[in-house]
Design a protein around this ligand. Structure first.
Ligand code: G4P
Ligand code: NA
Ligand code: NA
Length: 190
C-alpha cells in the first residue's frame, strides 16, 4: 500500500535494527484518512472470505480494525490485556509472550462476543514474532469459530511472524512489509 509506505518513509523513526516508531499516525496519534484507506484495503482483500467478525488487541489495533469493520459491515472486538487475575470463566483468555518487551501478559475476550460458526478476521498494527496474532487465533478457536484471515498493517518481515502464522494455515495479508531496519533506514520487502 503506497500511501502507507510513504507515510512510513516520511514519519517513521528507526529506533534500532528491530524497532520502528510510528507514533505520529498509528501508535499514539492516529491519522484517520490513512486508517480509512487501510480499512478499505483490508476489506477489499478479504471481501470474499465470508467474514462475520473482526478481532484485534487493544490499543493500537483498534483504529485499523474499526475502519475495516466499517467497510465489511461487521462488529469489531478488541481483546483486552489484563494482568493475571483469578480465573474468570466468562472469558476466553490466552497468554502472549512478547519477545520485544520480554514479558508475558494475557489477553481476554468475553465468551458472549464470539460464536461457533463465526468467521473471524484478525487485525493488528504490527507483526513481529506473531505471538499476539497466535493468541488471538487461539481465542477464536477456543470459541469454535474459524480464523478466516489475518490483516497486518506493518510486518517486520525479518522476524519470523508471518512464517509461523502461515505454518498454521492462516492467510496473512500485510500492507507494508519491512525487510530491514539496519543502519537507521527502512527497506521494504517488495
Ligand atoms: P508479536 O506479537 O508479533 O510477537 O510482537 P511483540 O510481542 O514483539 O510486540 C509487542 C508490542 O510491541 C505490540 O504492541 C506490538 O504492536 C509492538 N511492536 C512490535 N514491534 C514493533 C515495532 O517495530 N514498532 C512499534 N511501534 N511497535 C512494535 P502492544 O504492546 O500490544 O501495544 P499497543 O497495541 O498498545 O500499541
Ligand atoms: Na503496538
Ligand atoms: Na498491537
Amino acid at each position: 500500500m503506497e500511501l502507507l509506505k510513504n507515510k512510513i518513509i516520511e514519519e517513521g523513526l528507526v529506533l534500532s535494527d528491530q524497532v520502528l516508531k510510528v507514533d505520529s499516525f498509528l501508535n499514539h496519534q492516529v491519522d484517520p484518512r490513512l486508517m480509512r484507506e487501510i480499512g478499505r484495503t483490508f476489506a477489499s482483500l478479504f471481501s470474499e472470505s465470508g467474514i462475520t467478525k473482526i478481532v484485534t488487541i487493544e490499543s493500537s489495533g483498534i483504529a485499523p480494525a474499526v475502519m475495516t469493520g466499517l467497510d465489511l459491515d461487521v462488529p469489531v472486538i478488541f481483546a483486552r490485556k489484563r494482568k493475571s487475575l483469578t480465573l474468570q470463566d466468562d472469558l476466553y483468555t490466552e497468554k502472549v509472550y512478547s519477545f520485544t518487551k520480554k514479558e508475558e501478559s494475557e489477553v481476554s475476550v468475553s465468551r458472549k462476543l464470539l460464536s461457533q460458526g463465526d468467521r473471524v478476521l484478525l487485525i493488528d498494527d504490527f507483526l513481529a514474532n506473531g505471538e499476539a496474532a497466535l493468541a488471538m487465533a487461539r481465542i477464536v478457536e477456543q470459541a469454535g469459530a474459524t480464523v478466516a484471515g489475518i490483516g497486518i498493517v506493518i510486518e517486520k518481515a525479518f522476524q519470523n511472524g508471518s512464517g509461523k502464522l502461515r505454518e498454521h494455515g492462516y492467510r496473512v495479508e500485510s500492507l507494508a512489509r519491512i525487510a530491514s531496519l539496519e543502519s537507521g533506514s527502512v527497506v521494504f520487502a517488495d
